[in-house]
Every structure is written in structure tokens, then in C-alpha cells.
Design a protein around this ligand. Structure first.
Ligand code: ASP
Length: 330
């Protein structure tokens, strides 16, 4: 039987009603008896890491999760990580970068309703997560609503629907149907040895452009010592430069050795700032293109890149590299 480690971190799946609303409280010892028809197919060991709503999962928790996996992965065929859905896509993205060349599946899952709720989606999501964890496919994945999504391509798109996650700008890795787990790609072994790359720089700011945004906001970010900025710009790639000149401001920011990554605020199909004058002008200032990366992947990749090396040329090189299928480079 495949040996699977179940790591719990909290989230709705492990929540119970309290006077203050749903709060994560169930330990793996309380979860496992509810899952016997899944777990009887595997040898399961458990590790309770946190009892947190994922709104409270931040870079320090990402490092703890990655460290926990790095210490233990060699004893298991796969790992299932239960996690709140709200920030799951950030965690799956950052783990995809931090767990370099992980040779086993690391599968994040959660649910929209607590596992003890009669209508919960938790059981089905865990069933899929265990199947993917036993598949041997190396890497980080999100399993939700019978879809297996590459970790750096997952985005939460619904607040309450069971189909809460989508695979953005990439096909799913697998689906779970009446035939069981159906792989939709051919997994390959990692190219190198596993390496925990867990240095992160959390001084990264994400800004969504709105028409008329005051460029002085960027002076504030400079004063606050942010080291990296991700901008969700308009459409395929554009920023305003008449009346309120964002281009000139970004030139100043880039000259201050801050890395600026530009993405699209459209969820699908990505950006190409070389198409329009309003985009090309910003590329001339030395900003980095995010192309078709999800915002979650762009933000966490920037934290990871800056954690490795703060030299803007090196960060640019990291962004010109596709590590885990997070970016389609032209
Ligand atoms: N607030 C919860 C969390 O992210 C939502 C969920 O798990 O679905 O922890």
C-alpha cells in the first residue's frame, strides 16, 4: 500500500461552528475516523501543523509548511496538505517554487463546507487528493471538485461554489471521473536533486490599476521599503500616462532597484505589453513582464526571487525562467 502523509493546517474542512463563526479546530485524529473508506486503501500517517483560517497563513507559515515537507518527504510516496481555500492558491504557488525538484506529489486540498457538514465537499476532495498523492507524479498540485490543478496555475474563483478553483492558462494535470484518476499529461522525474529554497522576501506589494490612479502611491511604496511591486495593468497591457504619468513614476521606481512585474487584470490569456504604445512605454522603463502567470504565482515568484537574490538583473533572469509550468514564455 502507498504510504501517504496527511498534514493539516486548518481551513473550513477542519472547522466547527462557534459563537464567532466557523473556526478551524479538528485535528487529524478527529478527521481520520471520518475518512476510513479512503484511508483503508493507504498507509496513512498524520502531522498537525496549525489550526488556522488560511487568511492567517503568511510567508512565515509557508516556510513552516515547506520545512515540514522537506524533513519528511523521503519517508512517503505522497503528501496531502489540508488548507483553507481562501489563500490556497498562494500557498500552492509558493510551495511549487520553494520545494525545488520535489520527487513526490504534494497535494493541497480543502473544502467549502466543514467535513462534518452533511453536504460537505471535503470527503470527495480528500478522496481525489489521496489518489493524486498516490499517483507518483512529482510536484505540487491542488485537488478540488474532481480536478487536479498544477500548483502555480490554481486560482480561487468562487467564494461558495464547490467548483471553487480553476486551472488558469493551463490544462488540468488530471481529472477524477468514473474511471478513477485520469492523468492528462505525462509526469516526468525532476531534473535535479530536491532542494528546499525557502528564503522569501515578503516586501512585495500588489496593486490593481484603476483609471486615474494617482502615481504618487508608488512614492509611498518606496518610502515603505517595498522591494518588489506587481501591477495588474489593463487588458493585454496598458497603463495611463496622460495627466497622471505612471510611466515616469515607474522609471523612478525601477531606477531605485525595485523590481516591477506587470501582469494583466484579466484572469485569462495573459499579457503582452509589446502590443500597445501604452504598454511598450512601460517596458522601455525596465519592468518585467508576467505574461500569462496568475497573480498568485507572480506575487509568490517575486517573493521567492527576491529571497534568493535582490539584484534586479538576477530577479529578471528568474522571471525569464519557467520553473514549474507557471509561465508560457514566447
Ligand atoms: N476562510 C476559510 C479559509 O480559507 C475558507 C475555506 O477554507 O474554504 O481558511
Amino acid at each position: 500500500m502507498k504510504k501517504i502523509l496527511l498534514i493539516t493546517t486548518g481551513g473550513t474542512i477542519a472547522s466547527e461552528p462557534t459563537e464567532e463563526g466557523l473556526a478551524p479546530s479538528l485535528s487529524s485524529g478527529e478527521l481520520l475516523p471520518l475518512l476510513t473508506s479512503i484511508t483503508e486503501n493507504y498507509t496513512v500517517e498524520t502531522y498537525d501543523l496549525f489550526h488556522l483560517d488560511s487568511s492567517n497563513i503568511q510567508p512565515e507559515e509557508w516556510q513552516q509548511i515547506a520545512g515540514c515537507i522537506a524533513q519528511r518527504y523521503r519517508f512517503y510516496d505522497g503528501i496531502v496538505l489540508t488548507h483553507g481555500t481562501d489563500t490556497m492558491a498562494y500557498t500552492s504557488s509558493v510551495l511549487s517554487f520553494m520545494l525545488r525538484n520535489i520527487p513526490i506529489p504534494v497535494v493541497l486540498t480543502g473544502s467549502q463546507l466543514p467535513i462534518r457538514h452533511p453536504l460537505s465537499d471535503g470527503f470527495e476532495n480528500l478522496r481525489g487528493a489521496f489518489a493524486m498523492a498516490a499517483s507518483g507524479a512529482p510536484g505540487v498540485f491542488v485537488v478540488f471538485d474532481r480536478k487536479v490543478i498544477f500548483g502555480a496555475r490554481a486560482v480561487k474563483v468562487r467564494t461558495t461554489g464547490f467548483d471553487a478553483f480553476e486551472s488558469v492558462n493551463s490544462a488540468c494535470a488530471a481529472v477524477i471521473n468514473s474511471q478513477g484518476l485520469q492523468m492528462l499529461y505525462t509526469p516526468t522525474k525532476p531534473q535535479g536533486e530536491f532542494c528546499l529554497e525557502d528564503n522569501l522576501c515578503s516586501d512585495v506589494f500588489l496593486i490593481k490599476l484603476t483609471p486615474g490612479l494617482n502615481p504618487e502611491i508608488f512614492d509611498m511604496l518606496l518610502q515603505m521599503n517595498y522591494k518588489g511591486i506587481v501591477i495588474e495593468a489593463f487588458g493585454a497591457g496598458g497603463l495611463h500616462f496622460i495627466r497622471r504619468d505612471l510611466i515616469a513614476k515607474l522609471q523612478k521606481i525601477v531606477q531605485s532597484n525595485i523590481t516591477v512585474v506587470v501582469c494583466s487584470q484579466c484572469l485569462y490569456e495573459g499579457s503582452d505589453f509589446s502590443i500597445y504604445q501604452a504598454g511598450q512605454k512601460v517596458l522601455d522603463q525596465g519592468v518585467v513582464q508576467g505574461y500569462d502567470m496568475t497573480t498568485e504565482a507572480a506575487v509568490t515568484k517575486l517573493m521567492w526571487a527576491l529571497g534568493k537574490n535582490s539584484d534586479p538583473a538576477e530577479v529578471r533572469r528568474v522571471f525569464a525562467t519557467n520553473y514549474v509550468g507557471e509561465i508560457s514564455l514566447q
